[in-house]
Design a protein around this ligand. Structure first.
Ligand code: ADP
Ligand code: MG
Length: 796
């Protein structure tokens, strides 16, 4: 499924192939220059528009400012005129009561100031509006100045108002006092007039009385004479007259007294009148002084007003001047902008011309570019063809070299791994290691068996301290070759407890070959993702008592059959074997867990069961080279074999015996197949066991096989270790070459035979009776040469 996807991707990759991805410099250049010209044109047009707009805005701004200033000047002039008229009017009105006039004047002045203030406020509002309209023009300064001036004028108006109130109060007081004095004066005058009248009346009365009295004595004299003449009667009358005269004289004296008093009163009245007059004169001088003071104040105020007007006028003139200067600046700006405008227009025209000519230029350039591109495509195609040819040749060469290398190395390699001594090995002399190593040769190990040291040479020996990583480093080349389409088998062989499962599966903290191989495959596939599409899938199976079971299937207990492909290709396949596609380490872990769970549920004693069955992890890597369409399929079979110990020999019965027989048979069959393959026999007995039959296509042809022989170093296991190492050496020592044909009918020794083939007993093993085995590759090669050309004898 993923391969189909991969195919799809491949096709699209090919369509969008090499020529389309190559840049065409001429077209790119032309397109770039066109875009550049277009951009330049647009930019210049925008610039022109912006300049024109700016200019218009500036002009309208300046005009508005000049109009406004003119209006201000006009206002000021009108104010001036008004003030002059007001002064004239006030001057003409100077006739009435001084205090009243002064008050009216002040009121008029106050009104005028109020109006002026209003006008200033209006101006201020206007200026604020203008300020909002044009933030960064010179009117800001003007506005600030005017505001300041307004404040000043407001202050002045306040002061004048206060002064006016003060003066009004003073005038009021003085008027009151004057009225009072006048009233008193009137009273005293009226009193005086009354007094004078009364006095003159009394004077007149008195004068009349005096006159009448003066006239009276002659009568009296007459009366006396008469009395003298007339006697007693006369005498009585005389007496009466005399008493009356007495009375009148008294009256006159009294009148004289009264007159005197009156005269005194008149004098005092005259004195009072003189005093009052003096007081009036004093009041009048005081009034005059107040009037003079008022006049002075008025004069001062008028002066001040004149000064303010003059100042406003001069400021207006300065402002006017500034406006004129501004106008002149704008005019010069306009004059300087005109050449820029001219150049812009010129540029614009030239650009227009270029744009007009551009299609022709473009067509021409396109023509030449097309030709160039055609040529380039042709070149690229030919280079491609050449490269493809070279690549194919290289691939073949690489494969050839690889095959050659494999041939030289031998495509069946045998490693030995000795596990460390564990607690299970017990304590004391039994737990002592019976295995020693050669310090100079990492392919040799020595086993002390029944007091004799036997030496074995394999392709490589891993001592107990070798880490999982070190082991994997040695096998990783095999793993990666599966990406190139090779089939690979890695077997872990050895007695139960020798470390097969540890090497293949490992622990979660320290994984073995299985997980590391898949991780490596993932990273390799990722690094090749630019050219290749890969799909990795896994199957997990088990062979127990020659029955093949799918550990990832829904029915793990079901026995699967190995069949020939119906397409006649001769390929084998297992119908119903589950194959999981994996893309990450997490997927692998899930698969392993699933397989493990199936294995556990299918048996009662897992440890025992696992040691009696072969566990297989089959990894299939399918690849597609997107550039060549080459498809590859490689299989990596990782097999944890059943324990190789000789149970049958220990008198086992029933199912244990059956199990032992199956294991024995299948391990012998594996040995036979490897032997037959290595010695290039015409017939390879794959069908002798389920295991070899299943792995047939992964063991034959270009396939590579690694046998990891696991050994326990414990002394008590030395017999089993010996058997395992013999198996290993036999597998390895089978020589390639023509001799193999002769060995066609030779079969691999059984487990029992291996056991019987003890070192020294037949003289055919490589056991060294003495510890003096020459170590190193040379010995091995010599031994191989000795073995070469001989039939591999079947030990009896
Ligand atoms: P087998 O699968 O051959 O029966 P195991 O892999 O189960 O043997 O190993 C048996 C014991 O020895 C296990 O406890 C395992 O952890 C331990 N063991 C095996 N090989 C090593 C090693 N190289 N390093 C440390 N412990 C090991
Ligand atoms: Mg095991």
């Amino acid at each position: 499924m993923s391969l189909e996807k991969a195919g799809g991707r491949f096709c699209s990759g090919k369509r969008a192939g090499l020529p389309a991805q190559r840049p065409f410099p001429v077209i790119q250049k032309v397109v770039a220059s066109m875009a550049h010209l277009q951009e330049e044109k647009l930019r210049l047009q925008e610039e022109l528009l912006a300049l024109q707009e700016k200019l218009a805005a500036r002009e309208s701004e300046e005009i508005a400012a000049s109009v406004q200033l003119r209006g201000q000047v006009e206002n000021l002039k009108a104010n001036l005129r008004e003030q002059a008229q007001e002064i004239g009017r006030l001057r003409s009105e100077m006739g009435g009561t001084d205090a009243e006039k002064h008050r009216d004047l002040l009121a008029a002045e106050n009104e005028r100031l109020r109006q002026e203030m209003k006008a200033r406020e209006g101006e201020l509002r206007e200026l604020r509006r203008q300020q909002a309209a044009c933030r960064d023009c010179t009117h800001l300064q003007e506005s600030a100045g005017l505001q300041e001036r307004l404040c000043q004028l407001q202050r002045e108006a306040e002061e004048a108002r206060a002064k006016l109130a003060e003066l009004e109060l003073e005038v009021q007081q003085k008027t009151n006092r004057l009225a009072e004095v006048e009233l008193r004066l009137k009273d005293s005058l009226a009193e005086r007039a009354q007094e004078e009248e009364r006095l003159s009346r009394r004077l007149r009365d008195s004068q009349e009385t005096i006159a009448s009295l003066r006239a009276q004595p002659q009568q009296i004299k007459y009366v006396i004479k008469t009395v003298e003449v007339e006697s007693a009667k006369a005498k009585q009358a005389l007496c009466e007259s005399q008493s009356r005269n007495q009375y009148l004289q008294e009256q006159v004296g009294m009148q004289r007294q009264v007159l005197k008093e009156m005269e005194q009163q008149l004098q005092s009245s005259q004195k009072t009148a003189a005093q009052l007059r003096a007081q009036i004169a004093m009041y009048e001088t005081e009034l005059e002084r107040a009037h003079g003071q008022m006049l002075e104040e008025m004069q001062a105020m008028e002066d001040e007003k004149n000064r303010a007007i003059e100042e406003a006028f001069s400021r207006a003139q300065v402002e006017m001047k500034a406006v004129h200067e501004n106008l002149a600046g704008v005019r010069t700006n306009l004059l300087t902008l005109q050449p820029a405008l001219r150049t812009l227009t010129h540029d614009y025209n030239s650009l227009k011309r270029q744009v007009r000519d551009f299609p022709l230029l473009l067509q021409e350039t396109l023509r030449s570019a097309r030709a160039e591109i055609g040529q380039a495509i042709e070149e690229v195609n030919s280079t491609n063809r050449e490269l493809l040819r070279k690549y194919r040749r290289e691939l073949q060469l690489r494969k050839k070299c690889h095959n050659e290398l494999v041939r030289l190395k031998g495509n069946i390699r045998v490693f030995g791994r000795v596990r460390p001594i564990t607690k299970e090995d017990g304590e004391g002399p039994e737990a002592v290691s019976a295995v020693t190593f050669d310090a100079d040769d990492d392919a040799v190990l020595h086993l002390l068996h029944k007091g004799k040291q036997v030496s074995f040479e394999l392709d490589k020996v891993f001592p107990p301290q070798a880490s999982q990583e070190e082991v994997f480093q040695e096998v990783q080349a095999l793993v990666t070759s599966c990406i190139d389409g090779y089939n690979v088998c890695i077997f872990a062989y050895g007695q139960t407890g020798a470390g097969k499962t540890y090497t293949m599966e490992g622990t979660s903290a320290n994984p073995g070959i299985n997980q590391r191989a898949l991780q490596l495959l993932f990273s390799e596939v990722r690094s090749k993702a630019a050219d290749w599409d890969y799909a990795i899938s896994v199957s997990v199976a088990e062979i127990y008592n020659e029955a093949l079971r799918d550990l990832l299937g829904k029915e793990p207990q079901e026995k699967l059959e190995i069949k020939l492909c119906p397409d006649g290709s001769g390929q084998l396949y297992v119908p119903g074997l589950t194959e999981f596609s994996v893309q990450s380490v997490e997927d692998i872990n899930k698969v392993f867990e699933f397989g493990h769970v199936n294995r556990v549920t299918e048996c009662t004693n897992l440890n025992e069961h696992s040691s009696r069955s072969h566990a297989l992890l089959i990894v299939t890597v399918r690849g597609l080279d997107r550039s060549t369409g080459l498809r590859t399929t490689g299989k990596l079979n990782l097999v944890d074999l059943a324990g190789s110990e000789r149970v049958g020999r220990s008198g086992a019965e029933g199912s244990r015996l059956r199990e032992a027989q199956y294991i024995n048979r299948s391990l012998s069959a594996l040995g036979d197949v490897i032997y037959a393959l290595r010695s290039r026999q015409g017939h390879v007995p794959f069908r002798n066991s389920k295991l070899t039959y299943l792995l047939q296509d992964s063991l034959s042809g270009d396939s590579k096989t690694l046998m990891m022989v696991q050994v326990s170093p414990a002394e008590k296991n030395s017999s089993e270790t010996l058997c395992s190492l013999k198996f290993a050496e036999r597998v390895r020592s089978v020589e390639l070459g023509p001799v193999s044909r002769k060995a066609e009918l030779v079969s691999w020794p059984s487990q029992e035979q291996l056991e019987g083939d003890l070192p020294g007993s037949s003289g055919r093993g490589h056991a060294s009776p003495s510890p003096g085995l020459p170590s190193g590759r040379s010995t091995s090669i010599r031994r191989k040469l000795q073995t070469s050309g001989k039939l591999r004898p079947v030990p009896v």
